[in-house]
Design a protein around this ligand. Structure first.
Ligand code: CA
Length: 234
């Protein structure tokens, strides 16, 4: 069995669906917390950590789409699997727009639901693992100290890093071997309201190469992917 079992919030008002669903999820080894309406769901999310929310759209008073929207407004990135009797594409699009990560139309196949639940939870786990790099990180003969905002480079020189340089390094390293889009970089490093040019990010990357690459013209670690973003290869 799974020792660190995932915690799921199940939001569904119809008991004849809620109970069997809960039982099946528990049989899969998940911990399940029940909510029967929107405000109960929002309260639960504020008080407890969940790995996934299974959220029915058709709820009394506050509908599931509003619930998802409220959760996202509060900056909570918990994965949401939305359930709905409506299978029209407009609802699907609206649900996804308002923050659902996946959408399943009722009546659904239980096996399919369990597969999607598993997938969403694992995806989220991977993201979280990624977020947990330590205070220092070594690659090649370079060591970055994120807390102290400095580094010892391959040539033994100490590099003082700016706050933004440190944040960008962290973001790229956390997403090792994957392209990080310009949008993501702007959002994480510069915040939503400031728009540096692509040139600005390019200059950061050039600096990283100067600090950390033995041959900055043939970079081994810091790559730009034209028109898309940047990638750290480790
Ligand atoms: Ca319902």
């Amino acid at each position: 069995m799974n020792d660190n079992k995932a915690n799921i919030l199940l939001v569904e008002d119809e008991e004849n669906l809620h109970e069997p669903l809960k039982l099946n999820l528990e049989m899969e080894g998940y911990g399940v917390t029940s909510a029967y309406d929107g405000s109960e769901a929002i309260k639960a999310v504020a008080n407890e950590y969940f790995d996934l929310i299974i959220l029915d759209v058709m709820l009394p008073e506050m509908d599931g789409i509003t619930v998802a929207e409220t959760i996202r407004v509060n900056n909570n990135d918990v994965p949401i699997l939305m359930l709905s009797a409506k299978s029209s594409s407009t609802d699907r699009v609206l649900g996804l727009k308002k923050g659902a990560d996946d959408y399943l139309a009722k009546p659904f196949n239980l096996e399919e639901l369990l597969l999607r639940v598993d997938k969403l939870i694992n995806k989220n786990k991977k993201l979280q693992d990624r977020e947990s790099i330590g205070d220092t990180y070594t690659f090649g003969h370079n060591t970055i100290d994120f807390k102290a905002q400095d580094a010892i480079a391959y040539d033994g020189k100490k590099v003082e890093l700016s706050k933004k340089e440190t944040m960008l390094l962290k973001l790229l390293i956390e997403n090792k071997n994957e392209v990080v889009t310009r949008e993501k970089i702007l959002q994480v490093v510069w915040g939503y309201n400031v728009y540096p040019t692509t040139r600005t990010i390019d200059n950061f990357i050039l600096n990283f190469r100067k600090y950390f690459e033995e041959d900055s013209r043939n970079p081994q670690y810091f790559h730009s992917v034209r028109g898309v973003g940047y990638k750290y290869v480790g």
